[in-house]
Ligand binder design. Structure first.
Ligand SMILES: [Zn+2]
Length: 291
């Protein structure tokens, strides 16, 4: 543990200065050198410079440390202040030496001196192994026809998401591998957004197809690279939410924030691990399994 992915971009132009850099915590972020570049130094001694003319960045601007619970703590050391960005909420100042805690598996953004700094923490849960425990793995989605969640068994076969003219269609397919299923849909001259199912190692994976349209736990996934899924992962594929659940797994609850909609462990009075919205307020949706 103690790993994180950091991205930095200019908030006004969106110009990316640093993209998904893998670091080991604790990390120190600040300004360095005659060009006023940004600098990151991590626990392995890795030093990465980004951007230039960042004169308003303090020499020691921000610390990202490992928190007591295994997540991360962001500490504002700057003169000009670090703000936490939350979807649907005004930014909040951390304040000098103020802290913000990120749970395991979360993604959060901070705005400071015209930069956005995004921190991604890996989730701790093991990837799901299809069928190895005798427990079934489901993808749950909101059924438009029934208006309530429907579950699809992923233990055998593959779930294929195909883009039609105006919608995304779900198909169950049998094949030797997710890659073969993806190829067969392409051969049929259809746009395959993703294939979800078992890989050769027995893990449950999503294989993103065309159009860069697969997001897992609010993180965009690269095309054609299998990504191992865990219990309570949320996939957004072509505007459709798929929630991955294991039979007998922890009871999940879905965040009510419309910009978030991620699954969390059911914990009354707890906050969403992705956006901080309070859970269990009567509006958040507790999902059943195996329907
Ligand atoms: Zn949320």
């Amino acid at each position: 543990m103690g790993k994180a992915q950091l991205s930095v971009w200019q908030s006004a132009s969106g110009a990316v200065l640093l993209s998904a850099l893998e670091v080991r915590l604790p990390v120190v972020l600040g300004r360095h050198g005659p060009n006023d570049a940004g600098r990151l130094t991590d626990a392995d001694g890795k030093e990465v410079l980004f951007g230039s003319d960042l004169a308003t960045l303090s020499r020691h601007h921000m610390d990202i440390t490992v928190s007591d619970t295994g997540g991360a703590t962001v500490i504002d050391r700057s003169s000009n202040g670090v703000q936490r960005k939350m979807p649907g909420e005004p930014n909040t100042m951390l304040g000098k030496d103020g802290e913000d805690h990120l749970p395991i598996g979360s993604q959060r953004q901070y705005e400071t001196v015209g930069l956005v700094i995004e921190i991604n923490l890996p989730h701790a849960s093991r990837p799901l192994e299809a069928g190895s425990t005798g427990q079934k793995i489901y993808a749950v989605y909101d059924s438009a026809s029934a208006g309530r969640p429907k579950a699809i068994d992923l233990t055998d076969g593959y779930l294929c998401l195909v883009r039609d003219a105006n919608s995304v269609r779900m198909e169950r397919q049998i094949g030797p591998s997710a890659g073969d299923v993806l190829q067969s849909v392409k051969d049929a001259r259809q746009v395959c957004l993703a294939v979800v199912g078992r890989d050769d190692d027995g893990r449950t994976v999503v294989l993103p197809g065309q159009n860069r349209s697969v997001v897992c736990n609010r993180r965009a996934l690269p095309e054609h690279e299998p990504f191992a899924l865990a219990h309570m992962d949320t996939l957004e594929i072509g505007g459709m939410d798929l929630r991955i659940m294991e039979e007998g797994g922890e009871q999940p609850i879905v965040c009510v924030n419309p910009d978030c909609r991620q699954m969390n462990a059911y914990e009354v009075g707890g906050n969403c691990r992705y956006c901080g919205t309070r859970l269990g307020d009567g509006r958040t949706q507790k999902l059943p399994l195996g329907t």
